[in-house]
Design a protein around this ligand. Structure first.
Ligand code: ACO
Length: 362
């Protein structure tokens, strides 16, 4: 028995490979570096889903189909009630997705790729007292998400930065949410059920919920000079430093560098708070030094969530919506894994060891 199923191999996949020792991520035969410098969200979706549904397609076809689907699904916002409106954005998005029909065909996959891209920006706007912005199916998904969020056409740099984020987080081996998606798919349930389970796995701060707390941490630290003392006190209290550490990576998470790189054009175009970036780098250096001193036997490095926080904040997403943006990008990975598991056709059903009391004689 291994607590947390650490190092247990529970699936064969052609979708992604995480090499935790070398700090490498490969997505369907393409290294993350190459993918993030050449691909859009649509291209990555086409790469991951190819051959896993009944329809064959490329990125050129997927873009317009996704656009049409966004326009069609916008009407679902009419089903919003005050209960859903009062939920945190990711929970509201989950509630709206739960109202979509289940299914395991290409149409179901398309709906699930388009739905969170509309629902999240709409929820953010509604909760800020603004009207949702209708989708524009002629735009790429990344550009349209930003337009639906702010009401304005994004700059090329902003669209590229969101594309880089969505590509970077599209798939990552058998993480908690993907495993949840595969378990549900193995029962023969449809893609909507799998995606709902996966979104639910993002609720905790240990997987997917860390970028908001990263920003809280940076704000609490305030200045570079304060970093070391603040971080030491946090560790003295037994807190974990958000944005650091990973179950698989024993070196730097390659996605952190991809996102740091994606921030550069925004910095050059003065579309990001430069001081915050300087502070973040100082905090990163201080945290790595302290973690090395305090946990010499456990290599702890920066993970994807640290620069996610800075990137999404720079693009205008409020921090309570960060987990929802992660879900928009990761949905393609969840769908691909759910389909891969369904095609394998074997129910996931491990065993447990009973350590409770033995039955008493009457
Ligand atoms: N800060 C301080 N100490 C840490 C951290 C951290 N961020 N991460 C791990 N450690 C320490 C633990 O306290 C433990 O120390 P101990 O052996 O002295 O008790 C040791 O490192 C090993 O910790 P585990 O819990 O075994 O590591 P695990 O592989 O389960 O944790 C995890 C991975 C959950 C990501 C962890 O590093 C963490 O909590 N990080 C902070 C939250 C975070 O950034 N989450 C986002 C992850 S990326 C993603 O989900 C997309």
């Amino acid at each position: 028995m291994k607590n947390g199923l650490e190092d247990v191999i529970a699936a064969e996949t052609q979708l992604s490979d995480v090499d935790g020792e070398a700090g490498r991520l490969v997505i369907r035969g393409v290294s993350l570096d190459e993918l993030v410098s050449t691909a859009t969200h649509e291209r990555t979706a086409a790469l991951l889903l190819d051959g896993l549904t009944e329809r064959h397609f490329g990125p050129a076809e997927l873009g317009p189909w996704l656009g049409e689907t966004r326009e069609r699904l916008f009407a679902h916002l009419a089903t919003l009630d005050s209960v859903v409106l009062g939920l945190p954005p990711v929970d509201a998005m989950r509630a709206l997705i739960a109202r979509l029909p289940d299914g395991d065909d290409f149409e179901a996959a398309l709906r699930l790729l388009a739905a969170p891209a509309i629902f999240l920006p709409a929820m953010v706007r509604l909760q800020a007292g603004k009207k949702p912005v209708m989708p524009d199916g002629s735009l790429s998904q990344a550009a349209d998400i930003l337009r639906m969020l702010t009401g304005e056409l994004p700059s090329t740099e902003q669209t590229a930065a969101l594309d880089a984020y969505l590509v970077t987080i599209s798939d990552h081996g058998l993480n908690a949410s993907t495993f949840a998606a595969r378990v549900i798919a193995s029962t023969g349930a449809g893609l909507t059920s799998s995606v709902l389970a996966a979104i639910s796995a993002l609720k905790g701060p240990l997987h997917g919920g860390a970028p908001g707390p990263v920003l809280d941490m940076l704000e609490a630290i305030g200045t570079a000079a304060n970093a070391r003392e603040w971080l030491s006190q946090a560790l003295d209290r037994g807190d974990r430093l958000m944005g650091f550490g990973h179950r698989i990576y024993r070196v730097r998470d390659p996605r952190a560098d991809a996102l740091k790189q994606a921030l550069r054009p925004l910095i050059s175009a003065a579309q990001v708070d430069r001081e915050r970036i300087v502070l973040a780098e100082a905090v990163e250096h201080a945290a790595l030094a302290i973690l090395r001193e305090r946990k010499p036997n456990r290599p702890l490095d920066v993970n994807v969530e640290f620069y996610t926080a800075l990137l999404l904040d720079a693009l205008g997403f409020p921090r309570e919506s960060f987990t929802g943006v992660f879900a928009i990008g990761r949905t393609v990975g969840w769908i691909a894994h759910a389909r891969e598991q369904a095609l394998e056709g074997r129910l996931i059903r491990p065993r447990s060891v009973y350590v409770g009391p033995l039955p008493q004689a009457a």
